[in-house]
Design a protein around this ligand. Structure first.
Ligand SMILES: Cc1ncc(C[n+]2csc(CCOP(=O)(O)OP(=O)(O)O)c2C)c(N)n1
Ligand SMILES: [Mg+2]
Length: 326
């Protein structure tokens, strides 16, 4: 299913998306460490490339549903940095005017329809969006991202069955980062691979090395093409690593040292850099992309810092279809 060649422009696009995710993650962590931001932050270190390559296979108006560990998905999908940083800081300049926070980022302009903190709840919601597209015939594809732990929630199974039954244009992207909170994969799931579950629903399932840019992109693109052609859903299991604790600052001493070493060897960032060099991109060209992104991160952090907190007048805005006076 996977092709080993890739267009150079697409490769540059994946690199830029990956580094935008990576530099933002680094910026969030530095703001937290220096006390400039005080929020719970689910770091995406180790999962940058999975979303960058997946989102590079979608169009801007395709839909995305993601989770609390979703900054990589949102950024890779194209949510602008200023309102994203402001939302995470709970400021009025945010995508949800500061009322959503990091667990509820929504930005319909870039297709980011729902971010949810309820594990597994995104899958039936994605089916709803995909059903709407199918009914309207608008040609959009919906992608839903979730973790390995979410596949043991009932909603996963219900959604998989229904999506296949109705041939919905939806892609289930399981980012298997080997842990569900503090529990290792083998301690929460008896099968070796999540992808084997696709068979139970008669669905196409593909397991892919999520740190391999070309494999990740071509696998996703094939799923997108199938969904758009009316051929139904795909379950993709993208293997990756959560390179830090469940949330930033959380103890992760329960992760065995050999596992940490294995993760370090598979780190998607140096691996992608090498792939770029192998495709004749120069060090200077790649450094310039990162320098430009860092300037954007500084500007976004400043925008968020200068944006005010939402006032009481915001409480009922955007909550009900018709605003109810206070
Ligand atoms: C329905 C539900 N049950 C439990 C939780 C608590 N919880 C938060 S994150 C998490 C682990 C989920 O692991 P996984 O799906 O692998 O996602 P990851 O954090 O690894 O990205 C759990 C159990 C929750 N948020 N929602
Ligand atoms: Mg997980």
């Amino acid at each position: 299913m996977t092709d080993t060649t890739i267009d150079r422009d697409k490769l540059r696009d994946i690199y830029t998306r990956t580094m935008r995710v990576a530099r933002a993650d680094e910026k969030f962590r530095s703001l937290l460490m220096t006390g400039k931001l005080a929020v719970i932050y689910y770091t995406v270190r180790g999962q940058e490339l999975v979303s960058a390559a997946a989102m590079a296979a979608l169009e801007q108006d395709d839909y995305l549903v993601t989770t609390y560990r979703g900054q990589h998905d949102q950024i890779a999908k194209g949510v602008p940095l200023n309102p994203l940083f402001a939302e995470i800081a709970g400021k009025v300049g945010g995508t949800c005017r500061g009322k959503g926070g990091s667990m509820h980022i929504t930005h319909p302009e870039t297709g980011v329809m729902v971010t949810t903190g309820v594990v597994g709840s995104g899958l039936p919601i994605a089916n709803g969006l995909a059903l709407a597209s199918q009914n309207r015939g608008d040609g959009k594809v919906t992608m839903v991202c979730f973790g390995d732990g979410a596949t043991n929630i009932g909603a996963f199974h219900e959604a998989m069955n229904m999506a296949q039954l109705w041939k919905l244009p939806v892609i289930f992207l399981c980012q298997n980062n080997r842990y569900g909170e503090h529990t290792a994969f083998a301690d929460h799931t008896k099968v070796d691979s999540i992808v084997t579950r696709a068979k139970a629903y008669g669905m196409t399932g593909v397991k892919v090395d999520g740190n391999d840019a070309i494999a990740m992109y071509t696998t996703t693109k094939a799923a997108v093409d199938r969904a758009r052609a009316g051929e139904g859903p795909t379950l993709i299991e993208a293997m990756c690593y959560r390179m830090m604790g469940h949330f930033f600052g959380a103890d992760f001493s329960y992760m065995p040292p050999e596992h940490l070493a294995e993760m370090a060897a598979e780190d998607p960032l140096p691996r992608l850099r090498q792939l770029m060099l192998d495709h004749q991109f120069t060090e200077a060209e790649l450094d310039a992309i990162v320098a430009d992104l860092d300037a954007q991160m500084d500007a976004a952090a400043e925008f968020a810092a200068n944006s005010p907190l939402p006032g009481p007048e915001e409480i009922r805005k955007d909550v009900f279809e018709e605003e109810i006076a206070a």
